[in-house]
Design a protein around this ligand. Structure first.
Ligand SMILES: Nc1ncnc2c1ncn2[C@@H]1O[C@H](COP(=O)(O)OP(=O)(O)OP(=O)(O)O)[C@@H](O)[C@H]1O
Ligand SMILES: [Mg+2]
Length: 150
């Protein structure tokens, strides 16, 4: 487990860029944190660092947005609405641990689909308005990514 204090969205973006540079096909990143914690902000910076040229928008209503214009395919999930419907039988497995990198907001609502090997990033608010504490834990193969973050 490694902890980073981000005092601005730029700091969050820097960590996202570091992770993006280390990302390999099949990586799953669980983004844990409350409403407004910074999960989508992180994802936008991650996408930019991967070289995604499309505008990245929160997939709150469609659950999954896919981007194919970066170094790796990027699969951006927001599982918030799956709390009601469940995550089964929607074909999401095709996007998890396969050819691209998956970033999952509200991972607790599709936990059964997520591989044990994953990078978990927990976002919590700090004292100041723009302060966020990002706690990164790499499980399985993703431990190597945690190891390399500075
Ligand atoms: N250090 C920071 N890191 C990330 N976001 C920050 C930071 N400081 C302020 N913010 C602001 O906090 C908000 C985070 O919103 P964002 O949409 O990323 O949250 P979210 O975790 O995706 O929420 P939701 O669960 O609703 O999808 C943005 O308005 C962003 O500008
Ligand atoms: Mg979001």
């Amino acid at each position: 487990m490694k902890t980073f204090v981000a005092n601005s969205t730029a700091d969050t973006a820097k960590l996202a860029a570091q992770v993006a540079a280390l990302a390999q096909p099949g990586l799953v990143i669980a983004l844990v944190g409350d409403l407004g914690a910074g999960k989508t902000t992180f994802t936008k910076a991650f996408a930019a660092a991967l070289g995604v040229s499309d505008r990245v928008k929160s997939p709150t209503f469609n659950i999954l947005n896919t981007y194919e214009t970066g170094r790796l395919p990027l699969y951006h999930f927001d599982a918030y609405r799956l709390e009601e419907t469940g995550a089964e039988e929607q074909g999401f497995e095709d996007y998890l641990g396969t050819d691209g990198v998956a970033l999952v907001e509200w991972p607790q609502f599709m936990a059964a689909l997520l591989p044990a090997s994953q990078l978990t990033i927990d976002f919590s608010r700090g004292q100041a308005d723009n302060e966020r504490v990002l706690t990164v834990t790499g499980f399985g193969e993703a431990a190597a990514i945690e190891e390399q973050l500075r």
